[in-house]
Design a protein around this ligand. Structure first.
Ligand code: GLU
Length: 493
């Protein structure tokens, strides 16, 4: 039987979950789902100064919103410090590590000399071959020491086959005897991360390409500890259009997962989009249900080429990557309307225009209206902005169409007035009836249908575009249509 896959997502809680981190989490999660494996959430909180509980909460909230579920955790790296130090002690005992008594001043001086000679800036191994007596003497004298891994010397190299990047080799000569425990007794990240992976039985380390610098060192740690080396898959980086790495520091909120939640993205649509950042199927398909994505996913499909996330701040309507928006719009158009309903509700609630009856006696109307207006929407916030006129009388009228479609046509003033009266008298406010009344009146007054249709639409919705006019009238409802036409008469002053 093949071994059970165990993967992990170990974010550092030094800020919100950004799209690069989310993408790493998604790839790990997809791989676990695909293989029937286990997905562990591990919080790497050992950088005490930069870590915060608030970040932990934010990351967990974002993962939950995305629908990324974990089987174990969250575990906190800081709770395992003793275990990390114990691993280093074990390495001392087995001769895979040694105590280094060199002081910072000495090391700085040697580094400066090496720089002058343009030689390698590596630790020279001064303490590598101290005798047990020498070590005991220095310890007894109260000298502080770091613990360094004894990297094999000679011609060999660390070699591994990365699932994405292929064979990677690093000469022993190019790896110094690196520190695994500081002189204050704190383990270094490179050690802690590997020891956690060993404890958790991680079989596949799927992480950002920036982790690649640690991999050869970590493989040496695995081997020295006698632990099996996991497989590695390093993912290409997510860059902005100027080729800078996506980061909290440079891009602020606009790359935070919660920003997309607030701006009307559907969680699955966003996962779908993120999964396509540096991963694809041979047929370049774009829309995947959860089951389809899990089925199609393979680590082999991960691209080596860095992917671009179009951070854009120029235009509020196109505030982010066009592909992300187009995928979201696709879901808004095509989801079963009941699945969209809670997200629309959330936006109306936020905008203060939610009516509890929309979930009760007006629910049929609510669902029909969502279905009617959604085809042009990109984000769910559009339901509360562009769609506001369907849910509230307090909507604004766009000044451009007001001028072009209403004020330019003096005759509409009287016409709106009469139309309002006639529509008020209609007994059954149906598509056929409203259409009949409007067409008859157009003929009677000799108006072009286009002028009337644009005028009515602008009067009733405040906007120049939208679904078929008669459908719009039925959705807005008789009473409101009449009221709005009467109000439009006042636009003429
Ligand atoms: N805590 C690291 C990060 O946030 C994770 C590195 C790893 O996956 O090994 O980048």
């Amino acid at each position: 039987m093949a071994e059970k896959v165990i993967v992990r997502f170990p974010p550092s809680p030094t800020g919100y979950l950004h799209i690069g981190g989310a993408r790493t989490a998604i790839f790990n999660w997809l791989f676990a789902q695909k293989t029937g494996g286990k997905f562990i959430l591990r919080i790497e909180d050992t950088d005490v100064e930069r870590s915060s509980e608030e970040s932990v909460r934010g990351i967990i909230e974002s993962l939950k919103w995305l629908g990324i579920t974990w089987d174990e955790g969250p575990y906190f790296q800081s709770q395992f410090t003793k275990e990390h130090v114990a691993a280093a002690r074990k390495l001392l005992k087995t001769g895979h590590a040694y105590e280094c008594f060199c002081t910072k001043e000495e090391l700085d001086r040697k580094r400066e000399e090496a720089r002058k000679k343009k030689a390698a800036l590596q630790y020279d191994g001064a303490c590598r071959n101290l005798t047990p007596e020498e070590v005991a003497e220095k310890e007894a004298a109260g000298m502080q020491y770091t613990i360094r891994l004894k990297v094999p010397r000679g011609e060999g190299f660390v070699s591994f086959e990365d699932i994405v990047y292929g064979i990677i080799e690093k000469k022993y000569q190019d790896i110094e005897d690196f520190v695994i425990v500081r002189s204050n007794g704190q383990p270094l990240y490179v050690l802690s991360n590997a020891v956690d992976d060993i404890r958790d039985g991680i079989t596949h380390v799927i992480r950002g390409q920036d982790g690649l610098a640690n991999t050869p060192k970590q493989i040496l740690i695995y081997k020295a500890l006698g632990a099996p080396v996991p497989k590695f898959a390093h993912m290409s980086l997510t860059l902005d259009p100027k080729k800078a790495k996506i980061s909290k520091r440079t891009h602020g909120e606009s790359v935070a997962v919660h920003f997309y939640k607030e701006h009307g993205f559907l969680p699955w649509a966003f996962v779908n989009y993120l999964a396509l950042l540096g991963w694809s199927t041979p047929d370049s398909r774009e829309i995947f249900s959860k089951e389809e994505l899990i089925e199609a996913f393979s680590l082999k499909g991960i691209s080596r080429v860095n992917c671009i996330f179009n951070v854009r701040k120029d235009d509020p309507k196109f505030f982010t990557d066009p592909k992300a928006i187009s995928i979201n719009a696709n879901y808004i158009r095509n989801l079963p309307v009941e699945e969209l309903e809670p997200y629309v509700r959330e936006q109306l609630e936020k905008a203060g225009i939610w009516d509890p009856d929309y979930a009760r006696e007006k629910r049929d109307w609510f669902l029909r209206t969502i279905d009617l207006i959604r085809s042009r929407y990109h984000v769910t916030t559009d339901f509360a902005t562009l769609g506001r006129c369907y849910f509230s009388d307090d909507y604004s009228t766009d000044p451009k169409p007001l001028k072009k479609n209403i004020l330019k046509h003096e005759g509409l003033k009287e016409w709106f007035h009469i139309l309002a009266d006639r529509l008020e008298d209609v007994e059954e406010f149906t598509l056929e009836e409203t259409e009949r009344v409007i067409r008859e009146m157009a003929e009677e007054f000799g108006f072009k249908a286009g002028i009337l249709i644009n005028g009515i639409r602008t009067a009733v919705t405040g906007q120049p575009k939208g679904p078929g006019l008669f459908d719009v009238l039925i959705a807005v409802g008789q009473h409101r249509v009449v009221q709005r036409l009467r109000k439009a008469v006042k636009f003429f002053g």
